[in-house]
Design a protein around this ligand. Structure first.
Ligand code: SAM
Length: 282
């Protein structure tokens, strides 16, 4: 295997469809997490790194009286968020901002939600401090990091070496390490999120994990999400996987193959997402 040093810059706009499919497939965890916040009556909510705005729309639906602002570096993704909100009939506005510098110009909020974003910033503790600084006194920060990898296939799928998804986990972790190492200002830190939230000056830090469980046979949306995921793994993990596993991925991606992602009846989507909550005193 060839582990050449490469630049792993992510083209987020190009991932718009995949991010929207993922957001929709994962929406049950957001709904469960927002139920935990049911006692809040936020006036302003920021979704930092909103992508195409799936969670921002869920926030707007749950907290109908709040001003919800979707914030992202990608104007293309924010356009998606605007269109999605219009389609669903919820109120979401957008702000383009590059993290971490751009966060300083945002208005303070009662609830700051940031899912799967902090690990894309070199200095993760610094990012949490910047997010915490956006809270009004008494405001809540919820960040989504960690959880469990997606499972979508049986251990033995009928061809290739059994246990493909375990090897994909290892490869994903290797690529993730490289991605983090190449981020500007990358700082290694013990990823103890509640401890980091306390170090960022917040109180009542705690973590809750929510299940996303779409059983087989999969509906079109989650199936499309799995296809996009496998396509991304095939393209992005080639240098970390054996030729046998790459051949297995190719067969899974063959639309004509009855054992492929598009046609197999045993495909499912199971994962767990961890939300770390904390509060600014006040
Ligand atoms: C993995 S996606 C998460 C999207 C959404 N929050 C979710 O959970 O589905 C990361 C998002 O953060 C945005 N992002 C990543 N790094 C950024 C940066 N340095 N400045 C601004 N936005 C950034 C990307 O454009 C993308 O929409």
């Amino acid at each position: 295997m060839n582990h050449q040093h490469q630049h792993h810059d992510i083209d987020w706009a190009a991932m718009a469809d995949a991010l929207e499919l993922e957001g929709a497939a994962f929406s049950p965890y957001v709904a469960q997490a927002l139920d935990q916040l049911g006692q809040l009556t936020p006036q302003r909510i920021l979704d930092i790194g909103s992508g195409p705005g799936v969670a921002a729309c869920q926030l707007a639906e749950k907290f109908g009286d709040a001003e919800v602002i979707a914030v992202d570096g990608s104007s293309e993704l924010l356009e998606r968020a605007v269109k999605r909100a219009a389609r669903l009939g919820v109120r979401v506005t957008t702000r383009q901002a590059e993290f971490p510098e751009g966060l300083k110009n945002l208005p303070a909020a009662d609830l700051v939600w940031s899912a799967q974003v902090v690990h894309h910033v070199g200095d993760q503790l610094g990012a949490l401090k910047d997010l915490a600084a956006l809270l009004r006194p008494g405001g809540t920060l919820a960040i989504v990091e960690g959880g469990l990898p997606v499972r979508s296939l049986p251990r033995d799928i009928g061809f290739g070496k059994p246990g493909l998804q375990y090897r994909l986990d290892v490869a994903t972790n290797e690529r993730f390490d490289l991605m983090r190492a190449e981020l500007p200002g990358s700082v290694a830190v013990v990823e103890d999120w509640p401890a980091m939230l306390r170090a960022a000056g917040l109180v009542d830090a705690h973590s809750r994990t929510f299940l996303v469980d779409h059983a087989a046979p999969l509906a079109d949306g989650p199936r499309q999400f799995i296809r996009r995921t496998v396509e991304r793994q095939r393209a992005g993990l080639a240098e970390f996987l054996d030729p046998d596993d790459l051949a297995t991925l190719d067969r899974l991606l063959d639309p004509a193959d009855p054992a492929g992602i598009d046609r197999r009846s045993d495909l499912f989507l199971l994962t767990a997402k961890t939300v770390h909550f904390a509060r600014r005193e006040g």
